[in-house]
Write a protein of this length. Structure first.
Length: 247
């Protein structure tokens, strides 16, 4: 009887230990998931100080390396890919656009394009466009702008109201490729998705002036003056005055 009781006690003890281990592992995974969720918030990462961003990138590269060791499992491969996305945000914020783009593209390869998050593609577009602007090699510059256009469009396929993707396309076509008509098209799409996207309104106004349609430019400036803060509206006030004095 005593031996039977002893066996039951041992089994109960082992069960308690097992449950404790499971609880610890679950808690660790829960904490890991929370950390990953926070890391995938681009606005949080972009707002980090230089010191905190450097620490974040060091930690994130460690997470990538750890996940890569067991990346044969699909769940771990996805985890590695998501940490690479987070690293991409950090490198964009640090101005390391080439490294950021490599990080995003490595993540996309591992995810096989299976993501429904437009911000992943948008920031890949930002990285590609920013790297293009820095490149002194015209052929490389052209290829990178093509990539940026592709990624902005991928973001819009996932969210047709992703205002900054429209704006990014407008900037590339107008300022970088000299295509005012397409630039205006995307600026107006950005305004259609978000009437208070003042950057897009300024770009639309500038293109209207180039086209000789000052009246439409003034319409854009009037909206900015009515709805933007004083600092943002200051240029609109000056530009409107110049156009009206020339008129």
């Amino acid at each position: 009887m005593e031996k039977k009781t002893e066996k039951v006690a041992k089994k109960s003890f082992l069960l308690i230990i097992l449950m404790a281990v499971i609880a610890v592992v679950s808690a660790c995974r829960s904490e890991e998931n929370k950390a990953l969720e926070a890391a995938l918030n681009p606005y949080r990462i972009l707002s980090l100080s230089d010191e905190k961003r450097s620490a974040f990138l060091t930690e994130t590269e460690g997470k990538i390396a750890a996940a890569a060791e067991t990346s044969a499992e699909s769940a771990e491969a996805n985890t590695e890919a998501l940490w690479r996305i987070a690293a991409g945000y950090g490198y964009v914020a640090a101005g390391e656009f080439e490294t950021a783009l490599k990080s995003f593209e490595s993540a996309f390869d591992k995810l096989h394009g299976l993501t429904s998050y437009p911000q992943f593609y948008y920031y890949a577009g930002v990285a590609a466009a920013s790297q293009a602007k820095q490149s002194p090699i015209e052929s490389q510059k052209a290829l990178l702008f093509e990539k940026a256009i592709y990624y902005y469009n991928r973001a819009l396929e996932l969210s047709s109201t992703y205002t900054n993707a429209y704006y990014g396309l407008g900037v590339i076509y107008y300022f970088e490729l000299g295509d005012a008509d397409t630039g205006l098209e995307y600026a107006l799409k950005a305004v259609g998705a978000d009437p208070d996207h003042f950057g897009a309104r300024y770009m639309a106004a500038r293109i209207y002036v180039e086209k000789g349609d000052n009246a439409k430019a003034v319409e854009q400036y009037n909206y900015i003056i009515r709805h933007a803060d004083k600092e943002t509206a200051a240029s609109a006030v000056r530009n409107k005055e110049i156009l009206e004095s020339d008129g």
